[in-house]
Each structure stands twice: as structure tokens, then as C-alpha cells.
Ligand binder design. Structure first.
Ligand SMILES: NC(=O)c1ccc[n+]([C@@H]2O[C@H](COP(=O)([O-])OP(=O)(O)OC[C@H]3O[C@@H](n4cnc5c(N)ncnc54)[C@H](OP(=O)(O)O)[C@@H]3O)[C@@H](O)[C@H]2O)c1
Length: 290
């Protein structure tokens, strides 16, 4: 018999967990959210369930409670549920934050529950109905022993790969995920803007860049970032960099600081990859200075 799951916070991750744990055979025994309609929207996806704005009414009977609110309120919500007697002794309480330790769930532990965190290394942007967003991804887990075991079993049943992480390493691990996912989006946004200013229609921007992006990712996967670096910085081509700085300065001066900051970091990568001699490195660093 699989453990009964309650979800508190029916946003992107809470919805994905409810839908895919339900499909994996877990009984989802209750849903709670700040707005009742968010909990009811999830119930509409998995079938009628108790829905409430008072989380303790759906968590009290659960074997596993997920608190999938925004990071900033996980601790407060946990404390409120504990104060209302909403955690059963021996149950497991998990949050999904990549950055925060499981210890922010201490009020649940004081109620006799085991606490842990289960962080899916995935970007949950849209309702996850057609494709399992957990399939094949890494889910980092940490916490009390029994919570860890439960989190690993849940991750495996979601077709993800559970991986234990040190509680104190979570912030750096999460920073890596933010750089790889969120900052990549920001980089592509800048690239799309520059393309548009070069006369490419916005609807074509993605198609124009896609083969370049795919090829770059494949090269990094095959030979690592330092060896995969190509382009003017890797070639020590300062004149081209000067041309970029002039063009961006004329059309898009607010982006110069980002171009230069990334350029400076790229000079470091090029140096590490043995692409540049000392004079080229020095010249490029001067160009990239803020
Ligand atoms: N999104 C991702 O890609 C991603 C990836 C990995 C991990 N995570 C983690 O997953 C967790 C949830 O993130 P998310 O992206 O799913 O956030 P989200 O889409 O903003 O959803 C959070 C939900 O929490 C509800 N909520 C807010 N305050 C609440 C409260 N006081 N009590 C009860 N419910 C409350 C909101 O409710 P209403 O809708 O009812 O207003 C909202 O639906 C976070 O810890 C985040 O770090 C997110």
C-alpha cells in the first residue's frame, strides 16, 4: 500500500507532483492552497479530493505532506500547520526548494514527523499533463533517515533519479541550477533582442539560433566547456569584440555591462582552455573591463 499524499501549495510543482504521483499509483488524500480554486483545479485533473484553504485539515491524515508553496513562506506554513496539530507523528514532511535546507521544517519534526527535502532539477513552467516532467531527471534529496528513504522511493516511482545531497551544499547546488536554467533564458532573451535589432523577425529568432545552441550543448557535453569554446574570444580576435561593443553600445547600451561581464568570464574560460597567449588575454580583459 503506497503512502497517502497531501499537497499544500497547488502551483506549478504542487500540481505536477499531484498529477504524476497520482498516475504512479499514490493516493492523493487532500489538496490545500492559499486560494481554494488552485486546489480545486488540481482536483479537476486527478478526480475529486478534499480541498481546503486550511492545510491542517488535509495534512492530518497524510503519510507524506508536500509543502510546495514559494520558498519564502514554507517555514511559516509549516509552523502554522504544526500549531494547528496538522502533522501526524511518524509522517514525512517534505519541501521542494533547491536552495533551502530541510531543517526549516523543524516545527513538523517537533510534532513527531520526519522532515526532508526533495528537489527536482527541472523547470516547471506549464501544466504537466502530456509528458512526465520528472522522467529521467535528477531529484536531490536530504533530511532525516526515514524522510530520505521516502523521498528516494517517491523520486524513483516518478521515474526520476534520486541523489543524496549534503544539507549545507544545497545553496551552491541550487545556484548552479539557476545559472544553467534561468540565466540561460536571460542570455537567449538578449540574443533574441540583438537579432531583432539586426533585422531578424522575432518569430524567426529561435529557429535561427537553435542549431547553434544545440551544436554548442553537444560540444560541451562531449569535450567540456574550455575545449568547446569557439568564437572571437577563443581566437583572440579583439577587433571583432570592439565591433560588438560599438554595435551594442549604439543600439542597446543597457546590455553592454552584461556583454562585458560575460566576455570577461569567457576570457577566463579561453585562458583555461589554452586558446590565448598572454598578450591576447591582457588585451581582451581590458576591452571587457566595465
Ligand atoms: N517551478 C520550478 O521550476 C521549480 C523547480 C524546482 C523546485 N521548485 C520549488 O517548488 C516550490 C514551489 O514552486 P512553484 O514554482 O510551484 O511555485 P508557484 O507556481 O508559485 O506555486 C506556489 C503555490 O503556493 C501557493 N501558496 C502561496 N502562499 C501560500 C500559503 N501561505 N499557503 C498555501 N499555499 C500558498 C500559491 O497558491 P495559490 O495559487 O492558491 O495562490 C501557489 O499556487 C518552491 O519551493 C520552489 O523552489 C520549483
Amino acid at each position: 500500500m503506497k503512502p497517502q499524499i497531501a499537497i499544500v501549495g497547488c502551483g506549478r510543482v504542487g500540481t505536477a507532483l499531484a498529477v504524476w504521483l497520482h498516475r504512479a499509483g499514490y493516493p492523493v488524500c487532500g489538496l490545500s492552497s492559499r486560494r481554494l480554486q488552485s486546489a480545486e483545479a488540481v482536483a479537476a485533473l486527478i478526480g475529486p479530493r478534499p480541498c481546503s484553504q486550511a492545510p491542517q485539515t488535509v495534512t492530518a491524515e497524510a503519510d507524506v505532506v508536500f509543502i510546495t508553496t514559494p520558498d519564502g513562506v514554507i517555514e511559516t506554513v509549516c509552523r502554522q500547520i504544526a500549531a494547528a496539530g496538522g502533522f501526524r507523528a511518524g509522517s514525512v514532511v517534505l519541501h521542494c526548494s533547491g536552495a533551502l535546507p530541510s531543517t526549516i521544517l523543524a516545527p513538523a519534526r517537533q510534532s513527531g514527523a520526519w522532515i526532508g527535502s526533495l528537489h527536482p532539477l527541472q523547470s516547471f513552467a506549464a501544466p504537466p499533463l502530456d509528458r512526465n516532467p520528472f522522467a529521467g531527471i535528477i531529484v536531490s534529496v536530504e533530511g532525516d533517515g526515514p524522510a530520505l528513504q521516502t523521498a528516494e522511493a517517491l523520486a524513483a516511482d516518478l521515474n526520476a533519479h534520486p541523489q543524496q545531497i549534503l544539507t549545507e551544499a544545497k545553496a551552491l547546488y541550487h545556484a548552479a541550477a539557476v545559472v544553467a536554467s534561468n540565466y540561460l533564458v536571460t542570455l537567449l532573451d538578449l540574443a533574441f533582442t540583438l537579432l531583432q535589432q539586426a533585422g531578424v523577425a522575432p518569430r524567426d529568432a529561435h529557429g535561427v539560433l537553435r542549431p547553434l545552441i544545440d551544436g554548442t550543448l553537444a560540444n560541451v557535453a562531449r569535450i567540456g566547456p574550455a575545449a568547446a569554446l569557439t568564437g572571437p574570444v577563443a581566437r583572440g580576435d579583439a577587433e571583432t569584440v570592439v565591433g560588438h561593443l560599438e554595435a551594442i553600445g549604439a543600439k542597446n547600451p543597457e546590455s553592454l555591462a552584461l556583454y562585458r561581464a560575460l566576455g570577461m568570464a569567457t576570457v577566463d574560460v579561453a585562458e583555461r582552455g589554452g586558446h590565448l597567449d598572454a598578450a591576447q588575454t591582457e588585451h581582451l580583459r581590458r576591452l571587457m573591463e566595465p
